[in-house]
Design a protein around this ligand. Structure first.
Ligand SMILES: [Zn+2]
Length: 253
């Protein structure tokens, strides 16, 4: 069920070297960009119950096994806010920020990452410069304006206009699986809601992006609940899910 402003585009399964993930072939071909999400069973949550050492070791394995072309990976403890970090060239390694729900860069070889388990990862690219962005968008962040702020930040970094930007709304809970109260519906849709109802996060995001001038918007067909055999769902597991990592990076030429 897509917004009238978006078309569907599915990430394809990749399973080399033991870390199952799903990637957008179209972005690889068209932009030289790796964009996707890891599958279930490889918990990368920074606030999970596993020990910090174990989680860090997994991040290091993700880098060496799955993304050797990316010397730097950035990720942050997320707070469902609207702060977005921008990056100059970074030293090799894994940079863990605090309080950033979005990342933007124009530097090739940097892998941007957000952790998700129902919230939507939002991938952005400027067609011209191939500067990229990645946002962590749950209902709170959407209501607070992270989509608009993310587009604005990428436009600033890339010196482009919103019409130059392509957006993909990635794997998240779908509109038939996500029932929310009227206060949540009202906050995301920007108008009062009288009763609880189903919320399609990605449609709401597509509509907001369209309103800023973005004209090329795609939506993943994967749902974390419907496709719970492949992905982690916070809601589908009563809060016990691990965290997947969504990633985007421009390959060094
Ligand atoms: Zn669903």
């Amino acid at each position: 069920m897509n917004s009238e402003h978006s078309t569907s585009l599915a990430e394809q399964r990749v399973a080399d070297r033991g870390i199952e993930r799903y990637e957008l072939e179209a972005w690889h071909t068209q932009f030289g960009i790796v964009a996707g999400i890891t599958g279930r069973g490889f918990d990368l949550g920074l606030a999970s119950q596993r020990s910090t050492g174990e989680v860090l070791e997994r991040w290091q394995r993700l880098q060496t096994d799955a993304f050797p072309q990316f010397p730097s990976i950035v990720v942050s403890r997320q707070i469902h806010g609207t702060r977005i970090a921008r990056y100059a060239p970074l030293p090799p390694g894994i940079l863990i920020g605090d309080g950033w729900d979005g990342h933007v860069t124009r530097v090739p070889g940097q892998l941007l990452a957000v952790t998700v388990a129902d919230c939507a990862p939002i991938y952005l690219v400027d067609r011209g410069s191939r500067a990229i962005g990645l946002l962590h968008a749950g209902w709170k962040g959407i209501a607070a304006g992270i989509i608009e702020h993310g587009i604005e930040t990428l436009c600033d970094v890339a010196q482009c206009s919103s019409r130059d930007i392509v957006i993909h709304c990635g794997t998240s809970i779908c509109g038939s699986c996500y029932e929310v109260g009227p206060e949540v519906l009202g906050a995301v849709l920007g108008r009062p809601a009288a009763a609880k109802g189903l919320l399609d996060l990605r449609s709401a995001i597509a509509n907001r992006a369209w309103a800023t001038g973005v004209r090329e918007i795609t939506v993943s067909q994967w749902c974390t609940v419907h496709h719970g055999d492949r992905f982690e769902s916070h809601r589908g597991s009563a809060g016990h899910a691990g965290r997947m990592v969504a990633f985007v990076g421009r390959l060094p030429s």
